[in-house]
Design a protein around this ligand. Structure first.
Ligand code: ZN
Length: 307
């Protein structure tokens, strides 16, 4: 039983409109699903990724309109690294971000900047992962983002101490200097720890809520069983319509999810029209009229392109 590297990462945004503009337009990802937080259905859950929303390409946000900014501290992820194909792509993105008024800094092989909520992002030249790209009219295919490569988190304790939960239970490989690699058959994803700042973290806009690892469907209950036997407080299996999930917190403080690879985002929408209409799970369908009045009106930039 082996995890298939990353499934998705979920954050909090204070402004869904700015979020869509930034990720689906400036960064050229595809908004592949517009739904609500299944556990708090009065707020959005927005998903972005490659053309199909393949695991390994997915970033998602819960909207908490007007939420104050949070701050990453010990036990929280503080930066997300997105792959691009080449150093030339980094040059393209430096210019594109500048054109859109986004301050970015080139540090060695990374282009580091922040999203409108203040979440730190980096574009890095991707490793050998198969590219997971979306189409955008202003982003040449050879420069498009290729999927998620890594996150950096603040460790609460000695980052050189190898964490047996990560290595022995979850099967990550310790790569040295506080970094762990989750390697599946298709992809690798790195979870790296840095020394935590002295100020405590605070959840809020621009912070990471959880990180989800991918499981083959047939292994999913096996992961739940393994974590429960190891003493983790693991959730029941939750049906998220596009995948099934279990959740548990690991001792370093991060909230982990393990999500199945299927059924994926085309289960309730035409693959050509992903993310264009508000989709609701059966249990929240009765809220549709209310939600269509109260949620921030959002257009998927892809709808305009198709039209
Ligand atoms: Zn999730």
């Amino acid at each position: 039983m082996r995890l298939e590297a990353l499934h998705h990462i979920t954050m909090i945004t204070g402004d869904a409109r700015d979020n869509v503009r930034f990720y689906a337009d400036v960064l050229g990802l595809r908004m592949v699903k517009k739904t609500v937080n299944f556990d708090d259905p009065l707020s959005y859950h927005l998903y972005y990724g490659d053309e199909t929303g393949a695991p390994g390409s997915i970033l998602t946000w819960f909207e908490a309109p007007g939420a104050p900014s949070g701050r990453a501290g010990a036990g929280m992820i503080h930066r997300i690294d997105l792959g691009v194909p080449s150093a030339a792509a980094l040059d393209f993105w430096a210019e594109r971000l500048a054109t859109h008024g986004v301050a970015a800094e080139r540090t060695g092989d990374a282009l580091v900047f922040a999203d409108p909520d203040g979440l730190a992002l980096a574009l890095v030249v991707a490793g050998p992962n198969p590219p997971l790209t979306a189409r955008h009219p202003e982003v040449p295919a050879e420069h498009a983002i290729t999927g998620l490569e890594a996150v950096r988190a603040y460790a609460p304790a000695d980052p050189d101490a190898v964490d047996p939960v990560l290595t022995e239970l979850l099967g990550f490989t310790y790569a040295g200097e506080g970094a762990y690699d989750a390697t599946g058959e298709e992809r690798t994803f790195r979870l790296a720890f840095d020394a935590a700042p002295p100020e405590p973290g605070r959840s809020g806009a621009g912070t990471v809520h959880h990180i989800a690892w991918a499981s083959r469907d047939e292994d999913h209950l096996g992961w739940q069983d393994r974590m429960a036997r190891a003493g983790a407080r693991v959730s029941p299996v939750m049906d998220r319509d596009y995948f099934r999930s279990i959740y548990f917190r690991v001792p370093v403080g991060l909230l982990f999810e393990i999500a199945t690879l299927s059924p994926g985002f085309a289960v309730d929408e035409d693959p050509e029209r992903l993310g264009e209409e508000l989709r609701l799970p059966a249990m929240h369908q009765h809220l549709r009229e209310h939600l269509e009045r109260t949620l921030t009106p959002l257009d998927n930039p892809r709808s305009a392109l198709a039209g």
